[in-house]
Design a protein around this ligand. Structure first.
Ligand code: FAQ
Length: 328
């Protein structure tokens, strides 16, 4: 695959540049932006590539569960909306790969890590989409969790990441509303449609809470990412914000959130929720979730099927470069 010029940025850093470090520390302390041309510690660069590439992979793998229902959408309008949403997710993946490339990691390296199964992507996309109502639950819960998590990333200290997130969040808000609207329509439908909506919410609720990552005491990256103004809130703080947001929305929809321990805590002013199944989370992260194998196999096949397009594009680019050289 052709690489952008930014892929030439060195991935190793001379970490003992005192002027560069002082400037970096100043920018972080002032809550300013770090740009690709700025000196940055190697660990900051590495941490960003880790988070941004995982995020990009999530968007790309995240197309699969919903693409599964494009051909079975219940109307032309729903099909058009779903196609647009899935295409948006591809776009998000591309903005994010571009942001990661500005840190010097070539896109084909990140792609290869994904298809080899060496890269992480969000746990949520390893669950199956069993019915049409799952499109509603994904929009409402999965995109809802994504917005909650990602709005603060619009203020991340790394400029290209923060700027990509602004556009992504605008599109995610539309995604969330379309999911809410699918569920609302089903909840105003027949008893069978209401049951279908509730069943989808039952299956997607807990996995969507796990999207925020492990509990704070097990989050190995949070402290450093927060010190560098990449993350602005801890995993548990964002998860709590999400639950507080969901409760009134569930009431408006008429669905029940599947947590018998959910109750309003007067002392904290928040909705207390029950313990999540962190064993299940670790299983999914370990590649043993319901759809891990299928998701990667599908991505790998798409990557292999597209090899001729990449080869043709590279051959064309070479031909153009040769022609330009001869004309010069
Ligand atoms: N799944 O130390 P922490 C979307 C890993 S996009 C898998 O707490 P961190 C849009 C974590 O990477 C959804 N792995 O990590 C859409 C780390 O592993 P590492 C994706 C997870 O980075 C909607 C280890 O566990 N969003 O939904 C998960 O500080 C519909 C320890 O964790 C983003 O990526 C997980 N749930 O916090 C698309 C947002 N949680 O790297 C299609 C950006 C944790 O040390 C359809 N990312 N891990 O090997 C973030 O905000 C953060 O990276 C977190 C994790 C919050 C995900």
């Amino acid at each position: 695959m052709a690489q952008s010029p930014t892929a030439q940025v060195p991935t190793t850093e001379i970490d003992d540049d005192p002027d560069g470090r002082a400037r970096f520390d100043e920018l972080i302390a002032a809550d300013s932006r770090i740009e690709p041309r700025d000196w940055m510690p190697a660990a900051y660069r590495k941490n960003l590539v880790r988070q941004i590439s995982q995020h990009a992979h999530s968007e790309i793998i995240g197309m699969q569960p919903e693409a599964n229902w494009i051909s079975r959408a219940p109307s032309l309008k729903r099909k058009a909306i779903l196609m647009a949403k899935v295409q948006d997710e591809a776009g998000h993946g591309l903005y994010l790969y571009s942001a990661a490339q500005t840190l010097g990691t070539p896109r084909d390296e990140m792609f290869q890590a994904l298809v080899d199964g060496r890269a992480r992507y969000s746990s949520i996309f390893n669950y199956p989409t069993l019915g049409w109502a799952d499109m509603g639950a994904i929009g409402w819960l999965v995109d809802g969790a994504a917005i909650c998590n990602q709005v603060p990333l619009c203020r991340a200290s790394y400029g290209p990441y923060a700027r990509a997130m602004v556009r992504i969040c605008k599109e995610e808000s539309f995604h969330q509303r379309q999911g809410f609207e699918i569920l609302l329509e089903l909840m105003h439908g027949t008893p069978a449609q209401r049951a279908m909506a509730q069943d989808a919410v039952d299956r997607w609720y807990a996995p969507s809470l796990m999207m925020f990552g492990p509990p704070d005491e097990e989050s190995v990256n949070s402290q450093q990412s927060m010190a560098w103004n990449i993350k602005r809130f801890s995993n548990d703080d964002l998860r709590q914000r999400f639950v507080d947001m969901l409760v009134p929305q569930a009431e408006a929809l008429g669905v029940t959130l599947p947590d018998p321990d959910l109750r309003f805590d007067e002392a904290t002013g928040h909705w207390a929720y029950g313990e999540l199944d962190w064993h299940e989370f670790q299983e999914v992260l370990g590649g043993r979730g319901p759809c891990n194998t299928q998701r990667l196999a599908h991505r790998r096949a798409a990557f292999e099927d597209g090899a001729w397009v990449r080869e043709a594009a590279a051959a064309y680019a070479r031909k153009q470069a040769d022609a330009a050289e001869q004309a010069a």
